[in-house]
Design a protein around this ligand. Structure first.
Ligand code: TYC
Length: 102
């Protein structure tokens, strides 16, 4: 619908469709050494999951090999990957966090 401004300027509706940025899945990969409670903590702290959601995702990764933690634009996904990887290495865990175009 056209918008009439206070000075009577009429602005036609834009025909430009907003382009959605490409989204990336941030995923955790399973390994044999990272403690389960550490993975649950990571999911709560970096991906804002409840303890219950985090536990479900952790168990999915543990049994299926990988699991999605969230869907983000490229720059935010890359930041999550770097933060999780850095946090895991600080604690001497081999946990792998990767991103993949959706
Ligand atoms: N497999 C690990 C264990 O048995 C737990 C684990 C879950 C590790 C998820 C990584 O992304 C992961 N301690």
């Amino acid at each position: 619908m056209a918008t009439r401004h206070r000075d009577d300027t009429i602005v036609a509706p834009s025909k430009i469709k907003p382009v959605q940025p490409p989204m990336y899945k941030v995923m955790l990969l399973n390994d044999d050494y990272t403690p389960m409670d550490f993975v649950v903590h990571v999911l709560q702290h970096f991906f804002n999951k409840s303890h219950e959601q985090a536990t479900q995702i952790m168990l999915k990764v543990h049994t299926e090999g990988r699991g999605v933690c969230g869907l983000y634009p490229a720059d935010i996904a890359a930041t999550k990957v770097a933060q999780v990887t850095g946090f895991a290495r600080q604690h001497q865990h081999p946990l792998q966090c990767v991103m993949e175009e959706n």
